[in-house]
Design a protein around this ligand. Structure first.
Ligand code: SAM
Length: 286
């Protein structure tokens, strides 16, 4: 039986795989933590584990991401199911969650809508962290297959009754029965925002395995936000939207700012940088 160390020292693996990926794949195959693998390299690998490991290594070599191989991804304090129908939640999106929670906490809002919910990462994290607030939560996505993953994730955290997931195009699936005169709405959105150029330059891990419909947007990546602003403009009286928080690509800041001004000339805008020092979030107060 080979040991963990045999895999670490075999050039077939260490030359073709990132060391951290190899450690993670070994840990996954042995159902141990990465720390265990590092501190117990003498551990023997059974035939069944070896077959599983070799299959996972072959998938990684074909650029499938670790999150897809494990079918899960950590996000904020959650571990979420992901698959080929959902975007893999990115660390920078945790900032969108933190900033949303700050705004919701300081204002008396009673409806939170996450548009382009994907795996449900944003709305589940917010609903979990603000458990004691009386808020109606909605997650909307155009992909019914992504929504079945979101529902499964919400169930894991006992939030399936608290969050309503609806299929549809941006705000259009919401009907009058979803809001009353006292509704004060908060909108959070991480919609597709990659321009044609940026999408074409993405690594195969992204282009070959994540849905293009979750990443690419025409009109320099701003088509989806433009449509969303149009809908907000028309639905505003019924929805009483107080805040909109969106994630975008750093080079879009100027164009996005002009787009917001064209729809909401009196709104207050705040741009926020991510941990890498890049413009990433825009908070709009209507
Ligand atoms: C960038 S992903 C974000 C997924 C998830 N919220 C996250 O942060 O990881 C964009 C999501 O928007 C959805 N989407 C694309 N066009 C849409 C539309 N017109 N209406 C609603 N959702 C849409 C995609 O299916 C995808 O799940």
């Amino acid at each position: 039986m080979p040991s963990v160390n045999d895999f670490f020292n075999d050039p077939v693996f260490f030359l073709s795989l990132d060391r951290i990926d190899l450690e993670l794949l070994l840990a996954h195959a042995l159902k141990k933590t990465r720390e265990f693998i590092l501190t117990h390299p003498e551990t023997r690998i059974t035939k069944k584990q070896e077959i599983f490991l070799l299959k996972s290594i072959a998938r990684r070599k074909k650029h499938e991401s670790i999150a897809h191989i494990f079918a899960k991804k950590d996000f904020c304090d959650l571990t979420l199911k992901v698959n080929r129908h959902t975007l893999i939640p990115r660390p920078e999106t945790e900032l969108l969650v933190n900033e949303s929670e700050k705004k919701i906490n300081t204002q008396k809002l009673n409806m939170v809508i996450d548009i382009g919910t994907g795996s449900g990462n944003i709305i589940i994290a917010i609903a979990k962290h603000l458990k004691n607030k009386k808020i109606n939560y909605f997650g909307i996505d155009i992909s019914p297959k992504a929504l079945s993953v979101a529902r499964c994730n919400a169930k894991k955290y006992n939030l399936n009754k608290k969050i309503k997931f609806i299929t549809g195009n941006l705000l259009t699936p919401l009907s009058k029965k979803n809001f009353s005169q006292k509704t004060k709405t908060f909108i959070v959105a991480n919609l597709p925002y990659l321009s044609k150029e940026i999408y074409s330059a993405c690594v195969p891990d992204v282009k070959n395995y994540e849905p293009k419909s979750a990443l690419y947007s025409s009109q320099e990546g701003l088509y989806h936000y433009k449509k969303l602003f149009q809908q907000i403009f028309f639905f505003q009286t019924q929805l009483n939207i107080k805040n909109i928080l969106i994630e975008f690509s750093p080079e879009q800041k100027k164009k996005l700012s002009l787009l917001i001004e064209s729809f909401f000339p009196n709104a207050k805008k705040q741009f926020i940088k991510d941990l890498a020092g890049k413009w990433r979030i825009c908070a709009i107060e209507l």
